[in-house]
Design a protein around this ligand. Sequence first.
Ligand code: NIG
Ligand code: FE
Length: 416
Amino acid sequence: MTKADLILKNANQLLTLAGANDKPRIGTGMSDLGVIEVADIAIKDGQVLEVGKDIQMEADQIIDCTGKIIMPGFVDPHTHLIFAGSRENELGMKLKGMSYLQILAAGGGIQRSMGATREASRAQLITEAKKRLDRMLLFGTTTMEAKSGYGLDRDNELKILDVIKVLNEIHPIDLVPTFLGAHAIPPEFKDDPDGFIDLMISMLPELAEKKLAEFCDIFCERNVFTKAHSFKLLTEAKRNGLGLKIHADEIENLGGSDLAAELGAITAEHLAVTTDEQMKKMGDAGVIGVLLPGTPYALMEKHYPRARAMIDNGMALALATDLNPNCWTESMQFIISLACYNLKMTPEEAIVAATINAAHAINRAADIGSLEIGKKADLIVLDIPNYEHLPYHFGVNHVETVVKNGKILVYDSRRL
Ligand code: NIG
Ligand code: FE
């Protein structure tokens, strides 16, 4: 008889999230967690060997999970992981009523982080980002996207993408790289945004060839990049075989989400001021909405994405931290809580959006995001009696155990 490497037994609830590997969950499907009550899971060679009730199988190691829940590790599909320094000074500016675009115009925001990131060596960027990754692992994230975008010139964008590659090799969290060179207009191109877009376009063949990026993203926003810039860059990215993402409708609606639908982007991200018509268009085109409830929270803004209307218009939703120097959190648990309290998503919808739909948002659903036979054994044990406690009991870390590729990396809330 087969012997498992590891069996986790008697979980109060095991959330499989099974049955949505081909397409992300939409509509009422977003409420389906595939819960098994009092359940076990067996793992072998880094994969799920069996999931169900009362698994009778020998194993090298057995862990009792009575009173706890088991679910897939969180997938965080939108982060700006690589940046140097911090911007805690902007909290005071926000408290005085300054807006994001005003802070940016005053030389703060992305411009300031760009300065620090350009100054930083590879080693410094690795050290700073590794601390964030370690914290993310403790909080249950097992795969994430990482965007470039604080270099804003050829050499520094390549430096950042190279740092992402190194971190993917040395850290257990899997990283999916996105090229966001078009994140802001750097000072040297202040009067020539078209020239800057051309420079970013000139980098695409090398990025695709060296596999330094899987996706290309752009910040389509007032005073940043126009819809026409976004069209030009993303069309070229597509021609070079990259997947498309877009920061759309975060503060002003410039039609970025229309473009996402027209170009067949995998995701449109932020979507705080998107219209119903645009939602329908994205739903029809299969564009996944990546919602970032930490961002309006950090900006002290009232414009939260209208998640209920998006679900009603047939959009699949994913949730992400947006980890960046403006919105600094490593915790998908906090994001799930914000999604329920501020976006009015149900606990079920928020959990789907943080696991299987998030895996779809970075083209990884064949391997992760659910606990099914043959998929990667990336899972977490949370010390809560049922999944509703996850959003309900907020501001703490419920994750007790993290299993990544079948290996226990966090046990008793401590990194092994
Ligand atoms: O997704 N909106 C653009 N980019 C980031 C913020 C980056 C920054 O403020 O440093 C975001 O929120
Ligand atoms: Fe972002």
